[in-house]
Design a protein around this ligand. Structure first.
Ligand SMILES: Nc1nc2c(c(=O)[nH]1)N[C@H]1C(S)=C(S)[C@@H](COP(=O)(O)OP(=O)(O)OC[C@H]3O[C@@H](n4cnc5c(=O)[nH]c(N)nc54)[C@H](O)[C@@H]3O)O[C@H]1N2
Ligand SMILES: Nc1nc2c(c(=O)[nH]1)N[C@H]1C(S)=C(S)[C@@H](COP(=O)(O)OP(=O)(O)OC[C@H]3O[C@@H](n4cnc5c(=O)[nH]c(N)nc54)[C@H](O)[C@@H]3O)O[C@H]1N2
Ligand code: SF4
Ligand SMILES: [Mo]
Length: 682
């Protein structure tokens, strides 16, 4: 019997980027555990990835190439050989590219966050084709661009120093569900006397364990932040020296904040005024004070402005002076990777293809094509994403993917809602079966993922599939015969570090390495903005048609008589977006598609816990079951995501109700800015 332990990295879109140890017995992965030597992982994984072998060895895994044999969207396929599939796909893409390369669209997100399987050979392939570019906005671009407008980049506090904070604002984050290893640090701070405050419309698993919970209405965070500033000013809880030396636009921001007394914000946010005053007092008088900002508050029309307003707070009180003070949204700005070497944008030559927004994929696919939009999309290649389930306004997304004249290739592990719409499904490897290299958007380490087992069935890694497609294309277009189209996966891991100070060989033995970063990045200012200051007022935004000072921007969909409830749809704890929704042990924990309602809203509709209900608006209707569990506030309902559409009672999920309008900054979706009505079903 041979027993080995292989070091890897969690591939999922989660700020924790855990270091994994996989036990392999005679070629079979038997256990995936947290690496105890990696400080941020601390030997602990979430429930989802602890069950990763159940996903890899799942009976439903797609293990050979499949070709469509029924109508579009039917999910009916017959097996084909790799050779047949690759040859036909290459011919189809080549024929379109000769006429109109921009009619081809790659569609990918963070199914794996690996540099190699996520953004290397695929980019080279599509750049060489001259395909349309994809604006990858579905998750974080509102917050990221807002943060960049204020600090100059995705930088902030180091995660580990939250353990030393005395006050932690957990703002728009259900940390227990989506940032578990941060929660461990927050617990450590709590044991050292810190106060934890959660700001969230839902009484989440995290909110109920904090000292204080501000259960505001969705999309009102900027109003709350401005009222906090109002109180900091009125009580002179300001670090005048820090403001004078390291910020830009204070006088203007001061005037804006003075328009927001707590009474006004209390009205807008649906909060008791005393709760706002108390939070301002805590924030103004406690050091070090830290904010764990996450993406929950940016999925509304004014999401960018909300992040900008909140990002001003640490500078006002000088929280940045301490390593345990300040704010963390994303640490991905410290990423050392040589993306240009991985992606080779120069393969575009002089071509400047259009960029299409992934968040409006429904409208994009249904667009007939015209002078302004450019050619109609004729082919889509989807990998690392499940847009039919996760993109907003999914009736339109499904209709787009159901176009009989659309040629669709999906690289997947499973027959997801999206794969059901494919002409070809190509079997991809999981993280246990391929090489990759990972950064993090929570901590500041780099991790290497070694394959623990051989690929199951005929699965191939994404990078391998694009290499193989390039080899087929080379028969039709010699440009695809260039050596950069045959670089193997392990070599791509090395290329990711080309020209950086990171040592690949130490990653090979240790599995992870720390990126050298400052303990308190803005203690002496030094923001990455053009002014070098924290830009409260950012004059460059005017050119983009964006207000230069942060403001409260009301939601697109305020409740109306017909649709009086605001719906948010944050992720379920035991799924990772739509990933794991088909792993039976995890799906059982989430039970079934649910809508959480406040007891008053339920009673007004004759709804009791467990009842079947219909949640609807003008875009569509979703059937699920009521959860009257004390988590929803009055006027707000919560549809935990993201179930597959085909798991829904009427073949839908919550995205049947969401819309395709975009955030104020960052062109991102407004999943949590959505008005609905609910009725009981017999
Ligand atoms: N278990 C689990 N972990 C995950 C994921 C998952 O699906 N499951 N997804 C991963 C991904 S891709 C991401 S982007 C992150 C997402 O994780 P987070 O960045 O934490 O964002 P969300 O989960 O969208 O929302 C967090 C909290 O914000 C609240 N919220 C909703 N609207 C508002 C608002 O207007 N204001 C405020 N203050 N709060 C609001 C929600 O109720 C929720 O509890 O998590 C990652 N981790
Ligand atoms: N209503 C609502 N909708 C949302 C959200 C919400 O909060 N509410 N959250 C949004 C957010 S934050 C995000 S990030 C998006 C996420 O949306 P997606 O990026 O689409 O994420 P997943 O649903 O996890 O789907 C990832 C897919 O990639 C596949 N995959 C994983 N690894 C590999 C690989 O190595 N190769 C290949 N070929 N495939 C692989 C998985 O099997 C899975 O089907 O959803 C968004 N949609
Ligand atoms: S999903 Fe997050 S918490 Fe779970 S193992 Fe992966 S990185 Fe760690
Ligand atoms: Mo995300």
């Amino acid at each position: 019997m041979s027993v080995t332990h292989i070091l890897g990295a969690c591939p999922h879109d989660c700020p924790d980027t855990c270091s994994l140890t996989t036990t392999v017995i005679d070629g079979v992965a038997t256990k995936v555990q947290g690496n105890p030597d990696h400080p941020m992982t601390g030997g602990v994984l979430c429930a989802k990835v602890s069950k990763y072998t159940q996903r890899t060895y799942h009976a439903d895994r797609v293990l050979q190439p499949l070709q469509r044999s029924g109508p579009k969207g039917s999910g009916q396929f017959t097996p084909v050989s790799w050779d047949e599939a690759l040859r036909d796909i290459a011919q189809r893409l080549h024929a379109i590219a000769q006429r109109q390369p921009e009619a081809i669209l790659p569609y990918s997100y963070a199914g794996t966050m690996g540099q190699v399987q996520g953004e290397s050979m695929d980019r080279r392939f599509f750049h060489q084709l001259g395909a349309s570019l994809l604006d990858r906005t579905i998750c974080a671009s509102a917050g990221s661009e807002a943060l960049a407008a204020t600090y100059g980049g995705k930088l902030g506090m180091r995660m580990e120093f939250f353990a030393e904070s005395q006050l932690i604002l957990i703002w728009g984050s259900n940390s227990i569900a989506s940032n578990l290893h941060f929660w461990r640090l927050a617990q450590e701070a709590k044991r050292n006397g810190a106060k934890l405050v959660c700001i969230d419309p839902r009484k989440s698993e995290t909110a109920e364990k904090c000292h204080e919970h501000l259960q505001l209405l969705p999309g009102t965070d900027a109003a709350l932040a401005l009222a906090l500033m109002h109180e900091l000013i009125q009580n002179d809880w300001l670090d005048h020296d820090y403001i004078a030396q390291h910020t830009l636009g204070w006088e203007a921001l001061r005037a804006r904040a003075l328009e927001w007394p707590p009474e006004r914000a209390a009205q807008v946010c649906g909060l008791p005024v005393e709760q706002i005053r108390q939070l301002a007092r805590d924030y103004g008088t406690t050091q070090p004070a830290a904010i764990r900002l996450n993406y929950g508050m940016q999925r509304v029309r004014g999401g960018g402005n909300a992040v900008r307003a909140i990002a001003c707070l640490p500078a006002l009180v000088g929280a940045w002076r301490h390593r345990a003070g300040g704010l963390l949204l994303s640490s991905s700005g410290v990423s050392p990777f040589n993306k240009a070497a991985l992606q080779l944008p120069q393969l575009l030559g002089d071509r400047r293809p259009r960029t299409l927004n992934m968040s409006t994929i429904g409208d994009v696919l249904l667009h007939p094509g015209d002078a302004q939009f450019g050619p109609q999309v004729e082919a889509v290649v989807v990998y690392n994403s499940n847009p039919v389930a996760v993109a907003p306004e999914s009736a339109k997304v499904a209709a787009g993917f159901a176009r009989e004249d659309l040629f669709t290739v999906v690289l997947e592990h499973f027959l997801t809602d999206t794969a059901d719409h494919a002409d070809y499904v190509l079997p991809a490897t999981t993280q246990l079966e391929h090489w990759d290299i990972h950064g993090s958007y929570g901590h500041t380490d780099v991790l290497l993922n070694r394959p623990a087992i051989a690929p199951e069935g005929q699965a191939r890694s994404n990078a391998q599939i694009f290499r193989d497609l390039a080899a087929q294309m080379a028969q039709l277009d010699p440009a695809f015969a260039a050596p950069h189209f045959s670089e193997p996966d392990e070599a791509l891991c090395r290329t990711a570090l080309a020209g950086t100070a990171m040592d690949f060989d130490s990653l090979l033995t240790q599995g992870f390495a720390h990126i050298p970063v400052a303990e308190a990045p803005f203690a002496q200012g030094g923001f990455a903005t053009p002014s070098g200051k924290c830009e409260f007022d950012n004059p460059r935004l005017a050119a983009l048609g964006i207000n230069t000072l942060p403001d409260h921007v009301p939601n697109y969909e305020p409740p109306t008589a017909a649709h009086p409830l605001a719906m948010i749809s944050p992720p379920a704890r035991n799924f990772l977006n739509s990933t794991f929704a088909n792993v039976a042990s995890l799906a059982r924990m989430e039970e079934r598609p649910l809508l959480e309602l406040h007891p008053e809203d339920a009673a007004a509709r004759g709804i009791a816990d467990g009842d079947r209900l219909r949640v609807f608006n003008a875009r569509g209707s979703h059937v699920c079951h009521a959860a009257v569990n004390g988590r929803a506030r009055p006027g707000v309902v919560v549809g935990l995501g993201i179930w597959w559409r085909k798991q829904g009672a009427n073949g839908t999920n919550v995205n049947e109700l969401t819309h395709q309008q975009l955030t104020d900054i960052g062109r991102a979706p407004c999943f949590y800015d959505c008005a609905v009505q609910v009725e009981r079903l017999a």
